[in-house]
Design a protein around this ligand. Sequence first.
Ligand SMILES: Cc1cc2nc3c(=O)[nH]c(=O)nc-3n(C[C@H](O)[C@H](O)[C@H](O)COP(=O)(O)O)c2cc1C
Length: 248
Amino acid sequence: MADLHHLAETGLTTTDISLLEGLCSTRAIRRYRDDPVPEPVLRDILFAATRGPSGSNRQPFRFVVLTDSDRAQAAKDLIAQGARKLWAFKRKNDQYDEGSGAAADSPKARMANVMQTYVDNFANVPVLVLPCLVRYREPTPMEGASLYPAVQNLLLAARALGYGGVITGFHGSVDEELKELLGIPQEVFIGCTVTLGKPQGGHGPVRRRPMHELVYGDRWGEAADWAIDPPGTRYTKAGPPPAKQSAP
Ligand SMILES: Cc1cc2nc3c(=O)[nH]c(=O)nc-3n(C[C@H](O)[C@H](O)[C@H](O)COP(=O)(O)O)c2cc1C
């Protein structure tokens, strides 16, 4: 059993994975079974989310959790519109259907399919969470650090309990209407949307660039000697666009 003693005391049930194993296999889950997420599970996931850190422990995070009420459905419908609009733009702009994407079984085409299915079914996701930040001062570049760790806690807890989710920015183009619909005050920042549900598939290892590209020692750009991935690590070709060359 995972060492989650303090959580067990609150009646949580967990899958039998360690914290490290869980965080190395918490991937974006965009395909869900139709099953609703039971309220005790939501409670446990949101409990973990609210354990997130924040500056001076002010806890400016708030979570609007939308399941199956009429208002929740209206919010899902609204964000679904934003999702379809954003994905249609990205699909074209990032040329998902060109180059290697023209071959139906290429990773690019498979990703495009997953995304298309996700946005087409967005209004039916079992749970939609809006992690929000109550601003208590002028926006600063670091303010998200008092919200997003809580969001990652939420995703990790979902993983631990056999559920999955993904962060999206799909609310962006409907932010105003959403605030109106849900009574979210103007000064509150909706940080992202998170959809949640029982995954249709399984959880796999997170894939990133090799560690030596991402972890530096004493000098920018120079890999730390010890920055070596564990054997069997899977990689992705995704990553930042190459640095722009300065004009000669
Ligand atoms: C800031 C941020 C914004 C994201 N926005 C979207 C989004 O709008 N739509 C979406 O489907 N996934 C979105 N994602 C999920 C990422 O695409 C995903 O985490 C990334 O491709 C890595 O995949 P993995 O989480 O499975 O390792 C976002 C993730 C982050 C952290």
